[in-house]
Ligand binder design. Structure first.
Ligand code: SF4
Length: 492
């Protein structure tokens, strides 16, 4: 059965020769670096839960290619039920880790390439889809983690790729030898990139004729020659290098451990190239990816918020405020906002529609609504958590102060609240809340899967305003009433 165990995932990463830099230094092996370890531990949970019988239906499914049982993170959505199960899987993983578990970008990327390669073949008689199915079979058999690499650095935002002063601001093909392509450029914000086995490179935006070199979708092993990972900084990230509870989410880290991936003239053989110059299909590829990914946020942030609500409710008990009606009402508001986004993600999935290739797409306007609500509700849920937890989130002394015998009795004494709880419970829960409502977490909710304006534009385009005007006209001016009723007369 092609399902890796957590240990096999870690061992398989260790076997790769990934060229990665953290804090400006070359890392010997990503598995052994303390800044990366919590993110690897999080992904290991996605592998672990696939072996738990209770979660088998949520975490695994049967491959439509081989009929074998595979991880849902390597699956092509075959029905609305698959889309719903994905959201349920995301909520479960969010509840288990309380952070980003990183594999959804790759999942949505493989689905987007699967769908668009089919459409390109139908339009141009190419063979990308069969190539991609071969590659997907490999991913499913080996149960690999794929990072979807989509966002280009973009250089001058007002200029198109071909007008940039530096042509490498968007990943592009710089050579086309007979057996493949050579790509150059970089992708930014790559969630889980540094601890993935494979990179699936996609164009980051719709392209026009004349921009064929940028229209490239291809798969690159994480340790391919010329691939360089540069790990991003997070709020308070040096705390991960310390001992003790100041780190916050000590076991699973904060957000996904994003990395810049540089492609320094990387050769990609033809069997790993799935789009090469077909500019007219790039917009649809980005659209498919973004729509699937936007619906995800109702699942993963729902699970993360469950943990945050739990931590906040526990904090009210530690503080002794939990019996207050006002406190309960604020917890209810947090729950209400969380369940609203989760319900719309389930709705977007249940209303999924079949694509030409036979896979399923979530309802686009509902998916965009999910993500737009996330950009508000995650902040509001965080605001309420801060409100209920109190100012000490921002002022509590560090763990070393609690350990120093010269002052520990003071800091313990003056941070004790409800005596039923040890003061260190207040600190540990408080540090979790602090970290999971930090700038890094909030900004990820705001800009991940596209900034709010991208959702607004998509929603307005999908909203069928003319149909809504007709509905209004029919209600206001309609005459198709039951004859003989004493309805009021309208002048004019
Ligand atoms: Fe998955 Fe959510 Fe992380 Fe995106 S932000 S990769 S949907 S857990």
């Amino acid at each position: 059965m092609p399902l890796k165990t957590p240990i096999e995932y870690v061992d398989s990463l260790r076997a790769l020769s990934i060229r990665a830099y953290v804090n400006g230094e070359l890392v010997t092996n990503v598995v052994d670096h303390p800044s990366i370890a919590p993110h690897i531990n999080t992904v290991a949970k996605t592998y672990e839960l696939a072996h738990v019988l209770e979660y088998q239906d949520t975490m695994t499914t049967l491959s439509h290619l081989s009929g074998e049982r595979i991880h849902r993170y390597t699956h092509i959505f075959q029905s609305p039920d698959d889309l719903v199960k994905k959201i349920q899987m995301l909520r479960l993983l969010g509840q288990t880790t309380g952070t980003c578990f990183q594999r959804c970008v790759g999942l949505d990327a493989i689905n987007a390439v699967y769908a668009v390669s089919y459409e390109v073949d139908a339009a141009k008689s190419t063979d990308y889809h069969e190539r991609f199915k071969e590659y997907l079979g490999y991913i499913q058999r080996e149960d690999l983690m794929v990072v979807g690499a989509m966002t280009d650095p973009k250089g001058h935002r007002a200029q198109k790729p071909s007008d940039q002063a530096d042509a490498d601001q968007f990943v592009r093909v710089v050579e086309r030898p007979p057996d493949g392509v050579v790509i150059r450029g970089a992708k930014v914000h790559n969630t889980g990139g540094i601890n993935s086995h494979e990179i699936l490179v996609l164009p980051g935006m719709g392209l026009k004729p004349g921009e064929e070199d940028y229209a490239i979708a291809c798969a690159v092993p994480a340790d391919a020659e010329g691939v360089i990972f540069i790990f991003g900084r997070q709020s308070n990230d040096t705390r991960k290098l310390e001992e003790g509870c100041d780190i916050g989410n000590t076991r699973f880290g904060v957000v996904g451990g994003e990395a810049l991936i540089v492609f320094d003239d990387v050769f990609v053989p033809n069997d790993r190239v799935f789009l090469n110059g077909e500019v007219e299909h790039c917009g649809q590829l980005v659209n498919y990816f973004a729509t699937w990914h936007r619906a995800n946020y109702g699942g993963c942030k729902g699970g993360n918020a469950d943990v945050l609500i739990g931590a906040t409710a526990k904090m009210t008990r530690i503080l002794g405020t939990d019996k207050s009606a006002i406190v309960k009402d604020k917890l209810i508001e947090m729950i209400h906002r969380n369940e609203t986004t989760y319900a719309s993600a389930i709705g977007a999935s249940a209303m999924g529609q079949v694509l030409p290739c036979g896979s399923f797409m979530v309802d686009p306007i509902a998916a965009n609504t999910v993500k737009l609500n996330i950009t508000r509700n995650v902040y509001e849920i965080g605001r309420l958590s801060h409100d209920l937890s109190g100012g000490f989130l921002a002022t509590m002394p560090d763990a070393k102060s609690f350990d120093n015998p010269e002052i520990s009795h003071w800091v313990r004494k003056y941070h004790t609240a409800n005596p039923e709880y040890d003061v260190m419970d207040r600190v540990r829960v408080g540090r979790y809340i602090e970290n999971m409502t930090s700038v890094t977490t909030m900004v990820e909710a705001m800009h991940g899967a596209g900034s709010p304006q991208a959702q607004r534009i998509a929603m307005f385009g999908l909203a069928k305003i003319d149909e809504k005007i007709k509905m209004a006209d029919d209600v206001i001016y309609g005459t198709d009433d039951v004859p003989g009723l004493s309805l009021p007369k309208v002048n004019g």
